[in-house]
Design a protein around this ligand. Structure first.
Ligand SMILES: C[C@@H](c1ccc(Cl)cc1)n1cnc(-c2ccccc2)c1-c1c(C(=O)NCCN2CCN(C3CCCCC3)CC2)[nH]c2cc(Cl)ccc12
Length: 100
């Protein structure tokens, strides 16, 4: 119906443009191009964490990013994936809306 067809959510249509330090991290995880959906940004950040083995092997919800570019961007040594707020704060600082 009409009221549904015009609904777009951030995950579906809005592209975002990462600032250079974040773009470098996404590209290190295999991202192509310079605009992404938020979902893609999260996917590549997850791939980056796995690829660099930044998560704690025993406590797999803990990410130890001190000494890595990701930790520089987050301003953190470690964080839990159970509390995404530091990641969202970092994204607010490192993403700009890209024209559709
Ligand atoms: C819910 C989601 C999430 C997504 C965003 C946020 Cl801000 C928090 C949490 N999530 C839950 N666990 C993880 C995770 C945990 C350890 C290592 C890598 C990823 C993720 C993250 C994903 C992701 O795309 N996740 C897909 C499924 N994951 C399950 C966990 N899997 C791994 C768990 C550890 C052992 C290896 C598999 C990988 C695929 N992207 C992220 C990016 C960051 Cl900056 C931080 C965490 C994640």
């Amino acid at each position: 119906a009409a009221e549904n067809s015009c609904r777009i959510t951030l995950g579906q249509a809005h592209q975002v443009r990462p600032k250079l330090p974040l773009l470098r991290i996404l590209q290190a995880a295999g991202a192509q191009g310079d605009t992404f959906t938020l979902k893609e940004v999260m996917h590549f950040l997850g791939q980056y964490i796995m690829g660099r083995q930044l998560y704690d092997k025993r406590q797999q919800h803990m990410v130890h990013c001190g000494g890595d570019q990701l930790g520089e961007l987050l301003g953190l040594q470690s964080f839990s994936v159970k509390d995404p707020s530091p990641v969202y704060e970092m994204l607010k600082r490192n993403l700009t809306a890209a024209a559709l």
